[in-house]
Design a protein around this ligand. Structure first.
Ligand code: UDP
Ligand code: MG
Length: 309
């Protein structure tokens, strides 16, 4: 007590080849932040851009002491950018925003209110619809989130992106997850905390183009599933059971007149099911080791109260 809480708001912005969007982003976001009247900083992360993004960031930092930047040695991906930005941020509150203005700065005051006054730990923007995205891409994304939700048992849904404002406790919990393969949507869900959602209409990016090809979306989807689910490792178990029943059926159906081929088929199916069973056992050990290796925290504390006796 006695220490006045620093209610600084840190805006974390991962940038990859965004030289054209950056000046517009800076203008719009600064205007909104100034209006809000809170202390703030903007932390840009250049994710190994090959265009003039680094020069643009140096210019912004030289002109405005509230702007800081980190330049990566190469492209490490948006997840790494967000991690670096959150680690660098000083604020009691942090918000992650895309540099292309697809995350409307107009939502910031409402989000800030949610985490400072309304008692939420986190406030996220939920994008309505996918106008501007192709039909195939929308379909694939939606299907991925459906499958992902089932496999990982985490609350990952379409539209819930990285546009989130968080209290320091949430940021620290995310930073505590030190795994290398970072799938942020899963991590948000893993750390928990109360989140308020504010819906917004999908807007097209101001300048430049999306950095996501269909191929990179596929590997992103795979990352999500493999980082949070060990179900694929255990599939062998299900196949083993099926094969075992198939072997029994072969015997049961031909019980009275078992031929040599029936017996052969039985043995093939039975031995395959045994193999699958052992692969499953391997998978079960491997999946435990895999999860242990991530060294995720066993629990995350939100609040403590009362005196220690
Ligand atoms: N981005 C990044 N590293 C990458 C790809 C993207 O830092 O390897 C940044 C990008 O500059 C933008 C944000 O992540 O600020 C979202 O990227 P983009 O707009 O291309 O994705 P989309 O909105 O199409 O999903
Ligand atoms: Mg975008």
């Amino acid at each position: 007590m006695g220490v006045f809480p620093v209610s600084k708001l840190s805006v974390v912005v991962p940038c990859y080849n965004e030289e054209e969007s950056l000046p517009l982003f800076y203008q719009e976001v600064s205007a909104v932040l100034k209006d809000m009247g809170t202390d703030y900083e903007i932390v840009f992360i250049d994710d190994g851009s090959s265009d003039g993004t680094p020069q643009e960031l140096r210019k912004l930092a030289a002109a405005d002491s509230r702007c800081r930047y980190i330049i990566f040695s190469r492209n490490f991906g948006k997840e790494a950018g967000m991690y670096a930005g959150l680690a660098e941020a000083e604020g009691e509150y942090c918000v992650i925003m895309d540099a292309d203005l697809q995350h409307p700065p107009g939502l910031l005051p409402q989000m800030y209110k949610a985490v400072t006054e309304e008692g939420y730990d986190c406030c996220g923007g939920k994008r309505k619809g996918r106008q501007g995205d192709g039909a195939l891409r929308s379909f694939l994304s939606r299907s991925f989130y459906k499958v992902g939700k089932k496999l990982t048992k985490l609350d990952m849904s379409d539209g819930y992106g990285d546009f989130r404002m968080m209290r320091r406790t949430v940021v620290d919990a995310l930073l505590e997850m030190k795994e290398y393969n970072r799938y942020m949507k899963g991590l948000y869900s893993f750390v928990g905390f109360t989140t308020k959602w504010i819906e917004y209409e999908n807007v097209e990016r101001v300048r430049g183009e999306t950095k996501w090809s269909l191929k990179s979306l596929f590997s992103y989807a795979a990352e999500g599933i493999f980082s949070f689910s060990t179900v694929p490792l255990k599939l062998a178990g299900a196949v083993g059971i099926l094969l075992f029943f198939a072997a029994l059926i072969v015997i049961a159906v031909n019980l009275t007149s078992l031929s040599r081929t029936d017996l052969l088929l039985f043995f093939i199916l039975f031995l395959s099911s045994l193999q699958m069973l052992f692969i499953y056992i391997l998978g079960a050990y491997l999946s435990r080791d895999y999860l242990e290796n991530k060294r995720r925290p066993v629990y995350i504390v939100k609040e403590k109260g009362g005196e220690r006796i």
